[in-house]
Design a protein around this ligand. Structure first.
Ligand code: ZN
Length: 403
């Protein structure tokens, strides 16, 4: 089992790796993405699987009759964030093929069709929207909206697809395909340290936290930084600063996370009091009530401070994804297959599994990440833990597809 995993891992490792940063730049519909897709096809063909690319650019490698229905599907994605790590995505795809190898070694007899999937453009690094392949398939992204997506160079998604040899004309909802799937299981490196803290190599996902992005516009009055008396200022930077601290405080109180990671200042001069500070808040919490509490408290703190500073605050919600609860029946079944002692944990990160869960019974397995670092070249999982992940996935697939 570890042999096939290591061979694939070594084979895929150089694809799209930037020599300077050591991180991965596998963006949708670029040369590196094409190379990842060729790698996937080669793995499928080497195993005698039927490899196809669906209308939305997702790859599928089938064992058994793909039209029979009630298929068990596993997999993840191969694209990356800018200078991403080696594990986010590829660990799930490589483990899926390795788990199939392990099941064949065990002499498993499949009673349901099985597929390994590589979902396209999961990270959204190029076009700014995550999970494009699964969103399109699930009908959560319209064809029209997908056609309007552009990268930083002004290249549209359909142009990029076409340049990479994929016909964009037929993108859109794919309900027949999803209706043929009885269960989807995605293995993923953990993007946090929960498993490290419990001392487990593998865990099962309970839910993806509700999360959203809010834009805070703090407006004041631009003026001279040298000649304007402190008492006469209407400085929105002060209101912003207090709001950042409030976000941290309120997130801690609610067991949530909240981050101001992007800020824009006008006029953005060293010697000018700003007229506008625009800050973007990303917040995620275990449940909707906690997230609502954080947002309400941060907004209240901003308004109270604005009164003191003589500034104005406007808050706009730019995006929101409600909680995704993975199907309890499938989760319980996986718990039984893995022996019942496997930890169940929530996550603040989005995944294709979260998108598909609206259409298909879906579950996730997490593999321990000792530092919790993700979306960075430092992202890491130990070899033994990766092998434990493959074994767990093989057990799950055997329990589901060979029953
Ligand atoms: Zn991922």
């Amino acid at each position: 089992m570890s042999d096939s995993f290591h061979r694939m891992w070594a084979d895929l490792a150089p694809v799209g790796r930037h020599p300077g940063s050591g991180g991965y730049r596998r963006y949708a519909w670029t040369g590196a993405d094409t190379d990842c897709r060729a790698w996937f096809r080669a793995q499928a063909e080497a195993r005698g699987l039927l490899c196809e690319t669906d209308r939305n650019g997702n790859q599928w490698a089938w064992l058994g009759d793909r039209t029979a229905g009630d298929a068990v599907v596993t997999g993840s994605h191969l694209d990356s964030v800018p200078d991403g790590g080696a594990f986010d995505g590829p660990l799930g795809v490589v483990s899926s093929f390795a788990a199939l190898d392990e099941l064949r070694r065990r002499g498993a007899r499949f009673t349901r069709p099985l597929a390994v999937a590589n979902f396209g453009d999961e990270e959204g690094a190029r076009f700014g929207l995550a999970c494009v392949g699964s969103r399109l398939a699930a009908g959560q992204l319209t064809r029209q909206a997908a056609f309007a997506l552009r990268d930083a160079d002004g290249v549209s998604l359909p142009q990029a697809m076409e340049a990479a040899g994929h016909d964009p004309e037929a993108i859109g909802p794919d309900p027949e395909r999803l209706a043929g799937i009885g269960a989807f299981v995605e293995l993923h490196v953990e993007q946090g340290r929960a498993l490290d803290l419990t001392g487990d190599a593998v865990g099962v996902a309970s839910a993806i936290w509700p999360h959203g992005r809010w834009r805070f516009d703090f407006r004041g009055e631009a003026n001279h930084a040298g000649t304007t008396r402190l008492a006469d200022r209407r400085d929105p930077m002060l209101t912003y600063a207090e709001t950042v601290l409030a976000a941290r405080r309120e997130a801690e109180l609610a067991g949530a996370v909240a981050t101001f990671g992007k800020v824009a200042v006008e006029p953005n001069g060293v010697n000018a009091i700003p007229s506008l500070v625009r800050g973007w808040l990303d917040s995620r919490a275990p449940d909707q009530a906690a997230l609502d509490t954080v947002l309400a408290a941060v907004e209240q703190a901003a308004r109270e401070r604005a009164e003191r500073d003589g500034t104005d605050v406007a808050v706009v919600r730019e995006s929101f994804t409600p909680v995704v609860e993975f199907e309890h029946a499938l989760r319980d079944e996986i718990g039984r297959i893995l022996g019942g002692s496997v930890p169940v944990l929530g996550t603040g990160a989005g995944h294709d599994a979260g998108i598909l869960s609206a259409s298909v019974p879906t579950a996730m397995l997490f593999v321990r990440n000792p530092t919790g670092v993700s979306h960075s070249p430092a992202e890491y999982a130990a070899e033994d833990d990766c092998v434990a992940g493959v074994r767990a996935l093989a057990d799950v697939l055997e329990g589901l597809a060979c029953g």
